[in-house]
Design a binder for this molecule. Structure first.
Ligand code: BGC
Length: 329
């Protein structure tokens, strides 16, 4: 081979290697979100970890905000960690990592399955208190659950549908993740409420992967498969917005009854515009701050009430002030 072609081949290999190496670094970095801003010079009373379902998700940002505020007021360092995209496996790894780091307490979304229960046991053995937030795992040794009564929240959604509709209803459910226990509890509460009422029929349930795009796609395929659908129920915070996007695409002139979840500003705007009929309120900021206050107490004593529910209720257009978006209470 001529020297020139050899040089050319070596250069190409070098470039390919360089690109793959950079890709590997970037991918590795993006797999988990770990807050890098540490404050080594200041000493804090306690170091807690907050493990969220998805790092940049608007709902989890509110939990983070509440937790950070309470931490600031109590001289606590709170480390916010989460997978970039919802993924139970990655959350379990983060939980294990925080246990190994010997933090003073861990606030974590409850995760389905035996491995979560085992990790909570491991933390308990090491004297690290665990609080589940947003989603509970009652069978684990978590000290306290802080969050919505998800079964009740599902029941409220069912009650709204029963009260505000007449005649036969064919309901499509758009749910965050089949793998998330809180989503299952909401659906179970909904089903219990409508059971025995023979005018309401659930036709199918599809996953949104807790993204607007996912909810929009789920809506699209539900409507395509079951054109007789008359109502849609979105069980996680971005589903309402995604449902409306999907509907505008596939059936812009159809008037369906829409039940959404949470009080994110986009959802409240859709209620004001009359596109979403009701939403089921949760109070994530309060969850974050309450979890931190309880974790402080747990440093000295176990507390008696191990289920600390934050509120939930039905919010409709009449509950919003004319210029209000984002803070219906
Ligand atoms: C749920 C969270 C979920 C979020 C997704 C909320 O309604 O409580 O578990 O992560 O929606 O956007």
């Amino acid at each position: 081979m001529k020297t020139n072609s050899k040089l050319f081949i070596y250069t190409c290999c070098g470039v390919i290697f360089f690109i793959s190496f950079i890709g590997m670094l970037m991918y590795g970095y993006k797999t988990f979100y770990i807050e890098t801003k540490s404050e080594p010079h200041k000493t804090y009373k306690y170091h807690f970890a907050l493990i969220a379902e998805e790092s940049d998700n608007d709902y989890w940002q509110l939990i983070k905000r509440g937790a950070k505020e309470a931490a600031k007021q109590n001289d606590i360092y709170i480390e916010y960690v989460a997978p970039e995209k919802a993924d139970n496996e990655k959350m379990l790894k983060l939980l294990d990592r925080m246990i190994s780091a010997n933090v003073d307490g861990i606030v974590v979304q409850g995760i389905k399955g035996e491995r979560f229960v085992n990790l909570v046991h491991k933390a308990t053995e090491k004297g690290i208190p665990i609080i589940t937030i947003d989603t509970d795992v009652k069978s684990s040794e978590r000290k306290v659950y802080v969050g919505t009564d998800n079964f009740l929240a599902g029941k409220l959604a069912g009650q709204a549908l029963l009260k505000n509709t007449t005649g036969e209803q064919y309901v499509g459910i758009v749910t965050g993740r089949f793998d998330a226990l809180n989503q299952r509890e909401r659906i179970a509460g909904f089903k219990q409420t409508i059971a025995g009422n023979d005018r309401i029929h659930i036709v199918d349930t599809k996953e949104s992967n807790i993204t607007v795009v996912g909810a929009s796609q789920a809506t699209y395929s539900l409507l395509k498969q079951y054109p007789k659908i008359t109502a849609l129920f979105g069980t996680s915070s971005l589903d309402g917005v995604g449902i409306i996007d999907g509907l505008e695409e596939i059936a812009p002139n159809k008037n369906l009854y829409i039940v959404a979840f949470d009080l994110l500003p986009e959802t409240l705007n859709l209620i004001k515009e009359g596109k979403v009929d009701v939403t089921i309120a949760q109070y994530p900021e309060e969850m974050g701050s309450k979890a931190v206050s309880i974790m402080i107490k747990l440093q000295d004593n176990d507390i008696l009430e191990n289920r600390q529910y934050t509120g939930t209720k039905i919010i409709e257009k009449k509950d919003l002030l004319p210029d209000q978006a984002g803070d219906a209470k």
